[in-house]
Ligand binder design. Structure first.
Ligand code: PEP
Ligand code: MG
Length: 572
């Protein structure tokens, strides 16, 4: 039996028969052409063919999984229509009279090398997209069809050196039990697509192709990052049982789609999703989210070279609000600084970024070019759905008052221009700093809702950088100091009669949920994939019964004691 390890990038267990994909090596030589004009025509035809095939892949993917996943193929389409790229290739053909294959090799190969040499992992992964379109263009030029992945027999485990995004997009999930590759990483587009298609996948398994042959029996565990080839009966049975258990669990959760989130003793709460881009709404709808509890708008500003315009932002906010058809959407205004940098904004790096020029501090300092356009875009979009505004990293009441005054000013402006918006739009705050937690009673009188950001609240209450491994032993939301803050914030919000939600990671932690229910939290917001298991847990709980559990948990003096107690409670 062969056992290989790599990175598990798409959870689940797949068992099946290996189909080893060996891409034909294309020999690309710098052949000369006599007829430059005809050669350019030949390139243009291959370009059109490749674009047409990519368009079909994008449409297919949009139907199979969703608009967001199709974006990757649409990105390829943009590259295939990029006038600079096309111009450079055509110039190489006409300028030096080389064949199209070689011109494509030089131009796109160079871009791929540049991306591959960058420090940023995301940028490095974009090299794979460049190579993918390069090879497909060359295949089109040579009349080669790439491995026909769409029609593999049922129960296939794809074994390959690397999978290009377009190959992954062409997969029929009904026939593919798992994907295993020698190369690749967690953020590669093929990994993202594997997750979207819910196919177990393990990547970066070194030496894989020397160990696994076509027709071998293969087990891939995408959670653990393990690959087995030709295992014995008992191992196979053991994995098959685990796979069936996982699938049963998934089916069981589907039963919670369309069910209300109400505890056994009749307490109704809301379970929403955290999103970063309009396309994420696909998943919110798939997992039956009751709204969006946190729209991290900074993602609209990242991975680009200039600020999104007010118009662009308006379109994004409107798209989310209208697709959610009346369900609430909490749009958090720009939260950059801290660990999120945006190079084109020209913001100097702070000595202590998490304690520095971040979020609302930065926005109030850059009203004209950053904050007003964003707030105006949100206000305008509020005419198209149930939008609420949320201010991040608030520490003082003056910040809230300043934002509210700004909103009033913008509303008046819109009134004068006759532009519609929701006059009753709610404004709330993230409660995620120690100052806001301590002053929660004061804030509760000034805002329409709270959303507790435990990711930062833990960092700021414990004085522990959320990204620093060396002090991560101190970073626990179960620390009594953090728990007391959470309980206090919820109590203040409830006393003032406003909604209190939570959008930090703790909101979907099965060990934390019982405590949050006991404290009286109204809304839980989390990654969409955690919604159904949270709804199951909540519907099985009784707030009355949890009071004693919370009381006991709050009597401990260390995070470890609380964690041990809650782990024990949950395991029962
Ligand atoms: C939080 O701080 O808990 C939160 C939800 O926001 P972010 O992780 O974006 O800082
Ligand atoms: Mg935060």
């Amino acid at each position: 039996m062969y056992r290989g390890t790599g990175a598990g990038v798409s959870a689940g267990i797949g068992i099946g028969t290996a189909v080893v994909i060996r891409e034909e090596e294309m020999v690309i030589r710098p052949d000369k052409t006599d007829d430059v004009r005809a050669e350019v025509e030949r390139f243009r035809k291959a370009l059109a063919d490749t674009a047409a095939r990519t368009e079909r892949l994008a449409a297919d993917l949009a139907e199979k999984v969703g608009e967001k996943e199709a974006e990757i193929m649409k990105g390829h389409l943009l590259l295939l229509a990029d006038p600079v790229l096309i111009g450079e290739i055509e110039a190489a053909i006409s300028g030096s009279g080389i064949c199209s294959e070689y011109a494509v090799e030089t131009v796109l190969g160079n871009y791929a090398d540049v991306f591959a040499s960058m420090d940023d992992e995301m940028m490095r992964q974009r090299a794979a997209d460049m190579k993918d379109i390069k090879v497909r263009l060359q295949q089109a030029l040579q009349g080669i069809r790439s491995a026909d992945i769409a029609s593999l027999p049922e129960g296939s485990v794809i074994v390959a050196r690397d999978l290009t995004p377009s190959m992954t997009a062409g997969i029929n999930p009904a026939n593919v039990a798992a994907i295993v590759t020698e190369l690749g990483g967690k953020t590669s587009h093929s990994a993202i697509l594997a997750r979207a298609l819910e196919i177990p996948a393990v990547v970066a398994v070194s030496g894989l192709l020397e160990q696994v042959a076509d027709g071998d029996r293969v087990i891939a565990d995408g959670g653990e990052g393990v690959v087995l080839a030709n295992p014995d009966e008992t191992v196979t049975e053991d994995y098959a049982a685990r796979r069936d258990g996982l699938l049963r669990g998934k089916k069981e959760l589907e039963a919670y789609i369309g069910r209300p989130s109400v505890t056994r003793d009749g307490v109704a709460v809301e379970i929403g999703a955290n999103i970063g881009k309009p396309e994420d709404v696909d998943k919110v709808l798939r997992y039956d989210g009751e709204g969006v509890g946190l729209f991290r708008t900074e993602f609209l500003f990242m991975e680009r070279s200039a600020m999104p315009s007010e118009e662009e932002q308006f379109e994004a906010y409107r798209a989310v609000a209208s697709r959610l058809e009346g369900r609430p959407v909490i749009i958090r205004t720009l939260d950059i600084g801290g660990d999120k940098e945006i190079p084109y904004m020209g913001i100097e790096k702070d000595e202590n970024p998490f304690l520095g020029f971040r979020a609302v501090r930065l926005c109030l300092n850059r009203k004209e070019d950053i904050y007003k356009p964003q707030l105006r875009a949100i206000l305008r979009a509020s005419a198209f759905g149930n939008i609420k505004i949320m201010i991040p990293m608030v520490t003082c009441i003056d910040e809230v008052r300043e934002v509210k005054a700004l909103l009033e000013e913008l509303k008046q402006e819109l009134d004068e221009k006759g532009i519609p918006y929701n006059r009753e739009i709610q404004t709330g705050i993230m409660v995620e700093t120690a100052a806001a937690a301590l002053m929660a009673d004061v804030f509760a009188k000034e805002v329409d809702f709270f959303s507790i950001g435990t990711n930062d609240l833990t960092q700021y209450v414990m004085s522990v950088d959320r990204g620093n491994e060396k002090v991560s032993y101190l970073y626990s939301s179960f620390n009594p100091a953090v728990l007391r803050s959470i309980r206090h914030i919820i109590a203040c919000g409830r006393k003032a009669g406003i909604m209190v939600g939570m959008c930090g990671e703790a909101a979907s932690d099965p060990m934390m949920i019982p405590l949050l229910l006991a404290f009286g939290l109204n809304e839980f917001s989390m990654s969409a994939s955690a919604i159904l298991r949270t709804r199951k847990l909540i519907t099985e709980s009784s707030v009355k019964e949890l009071q004693a559990v919370a009381e006991r948990a709050m009597s401990f003096e260390t995070a470890k004691e609380v964690e041990d107690y809650m782990r024990e409670f949950v395991s029962q």
